[in-house]
Design a protein around this ligand. Sequence first.
Ligand SMILES: Cc1ncc(COP(=O)(O)OP(=O)(O)O)c(N)n1
Ligand SMILES: Cc1ncsc1CCOP(=O)(O)O
Ligand SMILES: [Mg+2]
Length: 240
Amino acid sequence: MSIREKLDISAYLVVGPENTAGRPVVTIINDALEAGFTCVQIRSKVASARELIELTRQASEVIAQAGKSDDVALLVDDRLDVILAARKQGIKVDGIHVGQSDIPVEVCREYLGEDSIVGLSARTYELFEYIQTADVTQVDYFGAGPLHETQTKPDCGLDRDGKMVTRSFADISKLAELSPIPVVVGGGVKLVDIPPLAQTGVHGFFVVTAVSEADNPKLAATDLVKAWKLSKHKETTEKW
Ligand SMILES: Cc1ncc(COP(=O)(O)OP(=O)(O)O)c(N)n1
Ligand SMILES: Cc1ncsc1CCOP(=O)(O)O
Ligand SMILES: [Mg+2]
């Protein structure tokens, strides 16, 4: 089974060198892997292409060292060029995450191939209509949010009138119900948000700050994974 078919976005780390309070990105990724995170995305708005390729190499190696190359997907935000260059150097990169104004998903699919993962950020305005009508034939999951305003992405959730729209748990439940593909929610997600988020029916959460800027990233990541699993377990047992 390809990693695309196995994709697990339940605990998804997004990280770049500008988010780690000076610590190496690869150390944060290692902590998250040990804690049970299931998906990793390299995202940097400041790193050069060469730096991104190197970060991707290190991330791929640390996933391999943990014996998780077939289970934990490694994606890069925005940079199709970086992924293609990394692959050319023999680095295992599993896919891309793009937003509404990035390279179109069809182009990503064409260049990356059928076994790769293509994630897409949902549009902010008229979100519910969009999620039901968007062409998702080339898309593996929607990224949605923000749950809360966040410094990591100040333009996140800006509506057409420039106003910030955060999503309530009721909105997110509706999103999970209407979306034809899995949804992962991020933007200001903290430990306290995990139990209600798990109950909405989305497939997972993504975080930058809650792990990569924590005093103890491994402990923070472990608590997030535990909270998600416990909430999901409770949901299953309560059904019976
Ligand atoms: C999992 C996930 N969801 C959403 C985003 C945001 O992507 P995008 O809209 O392209 O914005 P930037 O991250 O490029 O600023 C994401 N990266 N990951
Ligand atoms: C919504 C979003 N998309 C990419 S990064 C990001 C913000 C993540 O927020 P936080 O740093 O609070 O986890
Ligand atoms: Mg983008």
